[in-house]
Design a protein around this ligand. Structure first.
Ligand code: ZN
Length: 138
């Protein structure tokens, strides 16, 4: 199986309030949702660009994954998410190919999607996410 498209690009920002006006005024996009994902300690803001979303990530806790990322690397691209029809199967297939996984099986991300992360050690330095709508298969 292969990804159908880039589902979203995750971008770490210090402040959604500061970053959203850039995407709206300069790029002319519309923020259509803001959502807090408590177990990831982030607040997310979404924009649609064609079939692909931009997901801005603001940390709600300096000890959370985005807080630590910004501390180490500063603001910028955090991860790329590939749309997969079956996230669990895609993760299994990656593991069979020797890829180190962060998530051995899918968990729930923003917008109720199934998500799973591949470790950047195995992906040439890019944090990769597989992402899919479980209700699309049923
Ligand atoms: Zn993501």
């Amino acid at each position: 199986m292969k990804p159908t498209h880039i589902e979203h690009i995750g971008i770490a920002v210090k402040s959604l309030d500061e970053a959203i006006p850039f995407y709206e005024k300069v790029l002319g996009l519309t923020c259509y949702a803001i959502e807090e994902v408590k177990d990831q300690k982030v607040k997310t803001a979404f924009f649609m660009v064609g079939q692909t979303k931009i997901e801005l990530l603001e940390s709600t806790d300096p000890e959370g994954p985005i807080g630590k990322f910004i501390e180490k690397k500063g603001q910028g691209i955090h991860h790329i998410a590939f749309a997969q029809e079956d996230v669990g199967e895609a993760l299994n297939q990656a593991e069979e190919n020797g890829v180190q996984l962060i998530d051995k099986s899918p968990r729930k991300g923003a917008e109720g999607l199934d998500i799973g992360f591949l470790h950047p050690k195995s992906t040439f330095g890019v944090l990769m996410e597989f992402c899919g709508d479980p209700s699309a298969n049923s």
